[in-house]
Design a binder for this molecule. Structure first.
Ligand SMILES: [Zn+2]
Length: 126
């Protein structure tokens, strides 16, 4: 800390405090919802070819809790796979409706920050 600086404006300081409390509340709500959601409806975006021999991996997102999962280049709507031989969270299940979507539409549904990403579970190995 630099000595002699004037304190942050109280109005900003109070709003920043409220904002941090709101962020913590939001993070807890998202984590709890994503842990308990059955992910009944999922939107799917296929591999997206890019220039210079590269591509964006396929993506899936639950429309209810907004948890998101990335597939491998081998994944498509019929054969959903995720890297590392880990059982997919948003894979094809009899109760799950998988709907095709444009990548831009999936991006528009993302939650703020990186809270949408699936955290691989150690016990979920294939
Ligand atoms: Zn869900």
């Amino acid at each position: 800390m630099i000595d002699g600086l004037a304190p942050l404006n109280k109005l900003i300081s109070d709003a920043l405090h409220d904002f941090r409390e709101f962020e913590a509340t939001l993070a807890a709500a998202i984590a709890m919802s994503q842990d308990t959601c059955p992910h009944m409806q999922v939107i799917h975006c296929d591999l997206h070819d890019m220039e210079y021999f590269s591509a964006l991996e396929p993506l899936r997102m639950c429309t209810c809790c907004r948890v998101e999962e990335e597939g491998t280049y081998l994944a498509d709507r019929r054969n959903w796979r995720v890297p590392g031989l880990v059982k997919p969270t948003l894979g094809n299940e009899p109760h799950r409706l998988v709907v095709e979507a444009r990548r831009e539409d999936l991006y528009a549904l993302r939650l703020p920050g990186d809270r949408h990403l699936v955290k691989p579970k150690e016990s979920a190995q294939c």
